[in-house]
Design a protein around this ligand. Structure first.
Ligand SMILES: [Zn+2]
Length: 74
């Protein structure tokens, strides 16, 4: 259970699992803290940094993209 997603930022990273894009932290949480810019037309994240942080345990993660899926298929 996460009280609020920003405690991970306050405490600093607890691990570094960057390198392989992932939807889920090794701790089992799939909730991430990410840095994004919103697209005013779609009102959705139009750009985000690939470095993210697990909102539950604070580990650094590499966030997934559409391109990852294409690379996995080849
Ligand atoms: Zn985690």
């Amino acid at each position: 259970m996460v009280n609020h997603p920003f405690h991970a930022l306050e405490d600093g990273p607890t691990g570094d699992y960057r390198g392989q894009p992932t939807f889920c932290c090794p701790c089992g949480s799939d909730l991430v803290v990410m840095v994004a810019r919103f697209d005013p037309d779609t009102r959705l994240p139009g750009m985000y940094l690939l470095d993210g942080m697990c909102a539950a345990c604070g580990a650094l993660l590499t966030l997934p993209t559409e391109i990852d899926e294409m690379e996995d298929a080849t």
